[in-house]
Design a protein around this ligand. Sequence first.
Ligand SMILES: [Zn+2]
Length: 478
Amino acid sequence: MTLDIQVCSRARLSRDPRFDGKFFIGVRSTRIYCRSICPVPTVKEKNVRYFPTAAAAAEAGFRPCLRCRPECSPGTPAWLGTSNTVSRALRLIGESGLEDHGMEGLAERLGVGSRHLRRLFIQHLGAPPSVVAHTRRLHFAKRLIDESKLPMTMVALASGFGSVRRFNAAIRKTYNRTPTQIRRLMHQKTIQPENHYFFRLRYRPPYHWKAMLAFLAARAAPGVEAVDQQSYRRTISVNGCHGYLQISPDEGHDAFVVRVQIADPHSLYTIIERIRRMFDLNADWAAIAQSLGTDPDLSRSVGAEPGLRVPGCWNGFELATRAILGQGITVKGATALAGRLARSFGQRFSDANALTHLFPTPEILADAQLTGVGLTKKRAETIRLLARAVCDGQISFERIVDSDALLAQLREIPGIGPWTAQYVAMRALGEPDAFPSGDLGLLRALGLKTSCELEKRAEAWRPWRAYASMYLWSAVKE
Ligand SMILES: [Zn+2]
């Protein structure tokens, strides 16, 4: 990726939050790297170097700034010019909870040679895959040191270091301080209940939270999800450990406050990555608006609704089940059905605060009598078949490399048509170019008759077809 130095320079001097995380600034004299919004007095242009990612700055021997905390910047945008492979590799690194499967394994999974993958990473991110993964691990560890009261042994494990010794060595090497010394710097004041973790997750403004919340509110399965004026909550289950999450805006800070309750902190990294994807926090909306805002069918709504995101999902199986439930009925009817499904087949979670159940697992739904909750025989069968395919390992919603292959697998299940499959891919994989070309709402919005015509029309919106769909849907609603 070639950075436009003039753009970087302007963004740096104005501390423009829209560029936060899109590049990092290395100060030559101090060998420290900063976010574009760093409050430290600006240095002369000739004394700085620009890096496309934090990993690139680390690779060049710079240390993260303790003031602006590069680990807190919004993530790298999901779309990196032309490289799908790099975007997918980043998703895999995020999903795997940072276990060290080795870069050979990563390359194999992506169907490319490891040398080629390394070249692509250096070209687009400025650092090889191992440094990108290590930097992420380190950044997550730094956040746990600063923002949680977890014992350092747990921080080491939760951030994927494998051993406390490796963790201590990496932190010392990067920060010139021990983990305990770093924690002392933060002067944590808030007292957090046991098993509760708070994170502040940044995004690049603008973010249309109202639209995101309205979308989720209309589909919130009673008992599993709850939405109020400002926040979204839901029950979660990761590696057999149950808990819940809550997200609400951190007013005036281009960030959300996320609260996670979970007994086992091992999965925190995976949970936070999933939340980032669910709420599309890495999106570079300014770039999307620049591209879609000139389209005659989109310009008005792009102008009227800045910061619209593509809602992702917590769990791909749950989303696919919900999409099947919704076939041919209203969103309201499907949401009520999902609530009944959860009450009948989901594990009981709590009696407090409206989150009473976990969404049922594929293992339970594979053999459940689903017609009892009001599903037609046909839909009940489709859900059972999907659940069985997931249990048998024929379909997996994790570690997906090839979205077309997932689409094809989904469509092999009787009762899952192209629309359902495309809709699931759009929300479960977070690919900005995913597109439900058979959608009636989209056809209506554009006055077109066939999905073929729609696909042709949508060529102009690449690589942002998922965002174009969101804008068209929101325009239809008006
Ligand atoms: Zn800084």
